[in-house]
Design a protein around this ligand. Structure first.
Ligand SMILES: Cc1cc2nc3c(=O)[nH]c(=O)nc-3n(C[C@H](O)[C@H](O)[C@H](O)COP(=O)(O)O)c2cc1C
Length: 218
């Protein structure tokens, strides 16, 4: 039995094109994997803190918790809470629209909480590190108003590319990405034309996404 963690970065998922695709994935995943657990961290419902001076002090003292102030101990507990849920998962689904070329700020804040040496990655030498989230797999689902898949725009795309880079850094294998783009520059009918094949792909991926098989193959 595996645990899939859905990292949801949308403030109103009930009226979102991005979450329409995720919901198609999740519906198919649940039907195909009835014994699995699906956890969700809905970031806009969470009081995810931006890393503060207190968090940084707590991070530097975490091996000696008795030296932390009460505020630092509280900040470390917040980090551990997010880490516990993240590290307990076998596989991940990230739902994130493009906002201002990147990810919604709350997702960046969450990533800052869970990128902890000794937990999700470790330093192996000066300037060198390796991921500790080995054997785990991720699907990224995103959408954007413009079109960034053409060479001239590709470098401006820092949402999916960032997610691939940062989760790849901690050792997670990105199995697939489903991205609806150009949604703001077409009418409603063309939006459906963009979304329909992605919804079908999301359903297929939800049915076939199985980290256990990937793990055995590794
Ligand atoms: C705050 C904000 C910033 C955005 N920035 C961009 C952007 O930089 N590039 C882009 O193509 N679309 C941008 N968009 C449009 C969304 O990416 C687009 O509407 C996407 O399909 C999200 O859909 P959803 O909110 O229905 O899930 C932005 C939307 C919002 C609300």
């Amino acid at each position: 039995m595996a645990t899939l963690l859905h990292i949801l970065a949308h403030p109103h998922p009930e009226a979102s094109q991005t979450t329409r695709i995720s919901n198609a994935f999740l519906e198919a995943y649940r039907a195909a994997h009835p014994g699995d657990t699906v956890e969700e961290v809905s970031l806009f419902q969470e009081p995810v803190s931006y890393l503060s001076a207190t968090h940084l002090a707590a991070m530097s003292k975490h091996e000696h918790p008795d030296t932390m102030t009460p505020e630092e101990a509280g900040a470390w507990q917040e980090i551990l809470g997010y880490l516990d849920l993240f590290c307990a998962a076998d596989n991940y689904l990230v739902t994130a629209p493009m906002w201002n070329l990147g990810v919604p700020a709350v997702l960046k804040a969450y990533i800052d909480q869970i990128l902890q040496p000794g937990y999700t990655f470790r330093y192996t030498g000066p300037g060198m590190a390796e991921g500790l989230c080995i054997g785990k797999h991720m699907v990224i689902i995103s959408s954007r108003g413009g079109v960034y898949s053409m060479p001239v725009m590709r470098e401006m795309e820092m949402c999916v590319r960032y997610l691939r880079a940062i989760f790849g850094f901690i050792g997670i294998e990105i199995v697939d990405e489903l991205v609806a783009e150009g949604l703001a520059i077409v009418g409603a009918r063309q939006q459906d034309e963009i979304l329909t094949p992605l919804l079908a792909r999301a359903g297929e991926l939800g049915r076939t996404f199985d980290g256990r098989e990937f793990k055995q193959a590794a």
